[in-house]
Design a protein around this ligand. Structure first.
Ligand code: ACM
Length: 265
């Protein structure tokens, strides 16, 4: 089955949620796709100096206006979206992403491996790595940015049946895009890494984000990508069943050849 996937790479404005959401809606307006991934924390920006800043722009997943707006957008465009956002729940803050499907179903992931100062604002995710259905029953797993450096994240999603890994990011280090080629290859899944662009300044802090969002095939091919700075939606039509083929050679299958008893320590 052909399935159209992609990403919306852009530069969120720090602490300007309404402006960011309006920009996201206009960037994907009239884009024909089945699944589009947005960057990590793209409703709020990334470079926080105080926990109160996160608190002010965080949303409750179940009941927020933000969730409602993206649900309406998903229905209008008949496209599923994965969106990184700051979440508030039970007096805690999480660096989360939501999978919003056009049929109104929605699924939450809370970032497990927090990067650097994120540990000052967010609690580590407590929901595990999970796989959910999107359009036509296609199976999508979510992980966020720095989760890439822990191969167990993508491996767990593959073992739970993911055909596509949706990976919102705010990358500042130079290695992830290359590493995600390996994550795709070693798990034989599609990966969509959506990074943000631009420089963000808050008080004395300045971060430069590296763009270069990409879609990678189960054979490790970069099917489409963006450059370091452009704000752009890119979509690519894939054959989803190729993520179910775990055979490498006549004698090798990446699921059957695993020997978990030797992976214990
Ligand atoms: C990152 O996890 N935002 C680098």
């Amino acid at each position: 089955m052909l399935f159209k996937i992609g990403f919306c790479q852009f530069k969120p404005a720090l602490l300007e949620k309404e402006k960011n959401i309006a920009k996201m809606c206009s960037l994907v307006d009239e884009i024909q796709a089945d699944l589009i991934v947005f960057p990590e924390l793209c409703t709020s920006g990334y470079v926080f100096c105080e926990k109160s800043e996160v608190q002010e722009f965080a949303d409750d997943f179940e009941s927020s206006k933000t969730t409602r707006l993206f649900t309406e957008l998903s229905q209008k465009n008949n496209t599923a979206y994965v969106i990184g956002f700051p979440e508030k729940h039970d007096r805690k803050l999480y660096n989360s992403s939501m999978l919003i499907n056009p049929d109104g179903t929605k699924h939450l992931y809370r970032k497990i491996h927090l990067f650097n100062e994120e540990k000052q604002w967010f609690a580590p995710g407590d929901l595990g790595f999970n796989v959910h259905q999107t359009k036509y029953g296609v199976l999508v797993g979510q992980m966020i940015c720095f989760d890439w450096i822990f191969p167990e994240a993508a491996r767990t999603l593959m073992l739970k049946g993911a055909q596509i890994i949706a990976h919102p990011a705010n990358l500042v280090l130079p290695w992830c895009q290359k590493a995600m080629i390996t994550r795709s290859l070693e798990n034989r899944v599609y990966t969509i890494t959506c990074n943000r662009t631009g420089t963000e300044v808050n008080q004395d802090k300045e971060f430069y984000f590296t763009g270069m969002s990409q879609v990678v095939s189960p054979l490790g091919e970069v099917l489409c990508d963006a450059d370091k700075i452009e704000e752009r939606v890119v979509v690519f039509e894939i054959d989803i069943e190729s993520a179910d083929d775990k055979q490498i050679t006549k004698y090798n299958n990446i699921l059957e050849d695993r020997i978990p008893e030797f992976y214990k320590y």
